[in-house]
Ligand binder design. Structure first.
Ligand SMILES: [Ca+2]
Ligand SMILES: [Ca+2]
Length: 215
């Protein structure tokens, strides 16, 4: 069966994903204006709420061993690869940061071209919103955002945070930055679903978008 891209009303009637919630996070649609956390991508599983190139979560239960702690086991049975910032051994608090991230900040990492994840948001009133992004990128890359299944942002260039003066190779994945005014989106009032697409390069860690109304 072939269908053209759905209109927004069709998208909502067929979308099976739901806002994420757990014992530490009350859940519900993420509010705009406000901070939209990537690691709280929707529940619903592969093909519904996300597409990831590796079935396992390479962060939770992988790099971060399953040790009974909330952060190490965060969404460990889902495919999107998640981790969190660590302030020991200058992992995420090194002098090579352009911006110091919050400690224990969850993020979506191990991003690869073709991957995507959905985030249900709730916008206070219809309008144009701009967002800053807290992220790392060791080679640059391109992402895009759909609103209710319709491409809305065009390609968004993520600035590399590589720094040749860092002597530690793995830390090229941990130089944090905020890219100001990365994207502007026209959003309807109430609930809508943002789809974050990884278009090129991958190897980005995506923490959160800060959405503000454009005056
Ligand atoms: Ca994975
Ligand atoms: Ca991945």
């Amino acid at each position: 069966m072939q269908e053209q891209a759905s209109a927004p009303t069709d998208f909502h009637s067929t979308y099976k994903g739901t806002p994420y919630a757990d014992s530490h996070y009350k859940g519900g649609p993420q509010a705009i204006p406000g901070r939209v956390q990537c690691a709280y991508y929707d529940s619903g599983g592969p093909g519904v709420a996300y597409y990831d190139t590796t079935e396992k979560n390479l962060g939770s239960g992988g790099l971060n061993p399953a040790d009974g702690t909330y952060l190490n086991q965060f969404r460990m049975d889902e495919g999107v690869d998640t981790s969190y910032t660590k302030f020991h051994d200058q992992i995420d608090n090194s002098p090579y940061n352009l911006v110091k991230p919050p400690e224990n900040q969850l993020y979506v990492g191990w991003t690869e071209p073709g991957e995507w994840f959905n985030i249900t948001v709730k916008t206070r009133k219809a309008g144009t919103y701009k967002a800053d992004l807290l992220y790392t990128s060791n080679r640059g890359g391109v992402i895009s955002i759909d609103v209710d299944g319709v491409p809305a942002s065009g390609p968004l260039n993520i600035t590399s945070t590589a720094n040749a003066s860092d002597p530690i190779a793995w830390r090229q994945w941990h130089h944090w930055n905020v890219q100001q005014d990365l994207v502007r989106l026209d959003l309807p009032a109430g609930e809508s679903v943002l789809t974050i697409h990884i278009l090129t390069q991958g190897n980005m860690n995506l923490a959160y978008f800060d959405f503000k109304e454009v005056r």
